[in-house]
Write a protein that binds this ligand. Structure first.
Ligand code: TXA
Ligand code: MG
Length: 326
């Protein structure tokens, strides 16, 4: 579907999937509570999990937030449009359907040209703000292509196809609503970049941090049991899978070893940016391979891998309690 038709759909209270530089979003008019409610229904998402509001530019901070701290404007100048979501106190116009009943709202200005066009067109004929979580069913792997969205929701959903997403992982989320900035979800904008822009250390999540579905331990999970294996144990894990006759699918930094009987072997990039770009497409391929388990060779535990390691840990946790079928 084209951008002009998509804006019309939003204005009439319907859902539209659209590309962002991170992952595809499932969008609704942020000013229309009934439209936003359709997102929760389509995703099977619990009502107390807030959705992000996508805005056109920095002015969105004032339109949708209140008592917005200076730090938010500093970060907007540096990183918007781009893969950064900021949590600020919500303006009274923000429906509690959007915020999952919390007094804060997540705001993000995406850089994808199609998302920008859609926001501009929707500002012309409607509220100009799009509430959108990732366009996947609750708990599933986020979509990074229009085909992934189609796989999640079927033919009836309108999708604006903008090709494969650049970043491939969901936006960085920083909570600015409670004084010390707190990193709720790591992403392409790193903890170090945020600290550098603000001149303060970025805090870690604690029990008082707002609930966020992307921050649940088990999330972004394929259906096949996924095991994250340290590099030094990886070969042994493959061998023991082979010995037991398990069908395994692999995501590894190495080339396929001769003689190993694996259902699918994907060799991943050693660069964290390209690894992230391909990760969700790779997880979908591994999941579709018909294997009994997925083995993933753990990336290094260094800062540039923080977002990737976060998603891999959640994917592993998401499948950890599945029955071992052997
Ligand atoms: O990259 C992204 O952020 C993508 C694209 C579509 O923009 N969106 C995305 O949305 O990942 P979603 O809903 O799948 O994840 C957004 C996360 C959720 O974990 C949600 O709970 C959290 O942001 N969130 C939204 N508003 C919040 C708030 N007021 N307080 C705390 N967390 C919030
Ligand atoms: Mg999501």
């Amino acid at each position: 579907m084209d951008v002009v038709s998509a804006a019309l759909r939003l204005a009439s209270g319907d859902l539209v999937a659209f590309p962002t530089e991170t992952v595809y979003g499932l969008g609704a008019d942020a000013a229309n509570a009934a439209a936003v409610a359709k997102i929760f229904e389509a995703k099977g998402r619990p009502a107390d999990h807030p959705v992000i509001v996508h805005v056109r530019d920095e002015a969105g901070l004032r339109e949708w937030g209140r008592d917005v701290p200076r730090s938010a404007f500093v970060l907007a100048k540096r990183f918007w449009p781009g893969p950064l979501t900021m949590i600020v106190k919500r303006a009274s116009r923000v429906s509690s359907v959007v915020t999952g009943g919390q007094d804060s709202v997540g705001l993000r200005c995406p850089s994808h040209p199609v998302a920008q066009q859609l926001l501009r067109e929707f500002a012309r004929i409607g509220s100009g703000a799009i509430a959108a979580p990732s366009a996947n069913r609750f708990g599933h792997v986020s979509p990074t292509t229009a085909a992934h969205v189609r796989d999640e929701f079927g033919a009836s959903l309108d999708i604006v196809d903008g090709g494969a997403c650049d970043v491939g992982l969901e936006s960085t989320i920083v909570d600015l609503s409670r004084g010390v900035p707190v990193l709720l979800r790591p992403g392409a904008i790193t903890r170090a970049q945020l600290a550098d822009a603000l001149g303060v250390e970025i805090g870690a999540r604690d029990d008082a941090s707002p609930r966020a579905s992307g921050t649940l331990a088990a999330h972004y999970a394929p259906e096949t049991a996924l095991e994250l294996v340290n590099t030094q144990h990886f070969e042994a894990a493959i061998n023991s899978g082979n010995t037991a006759g398990h069908a395994i699918a692999l995501l590894s930094f190495r080339e396929p070893s001769a003689g190993s009987k694996v259902t699918l072997w994907i060799t991943a990039s050693g660069d964290p940016v390209s690894y992230a770009h391909d990760l969700y497409a790779n997880l979908r391929k591994l999941d579709d391979a018909g294997a009994l388990r997925i083995l993933v060779e753990a990336p290094p535990a260094s800062p540039e891998w923080e977002a990737v390691n976060d998603r891999l840990a959640r994917a592993a946790a998401g499948t950890a309690n599945l029955e071992d079928e052997t």
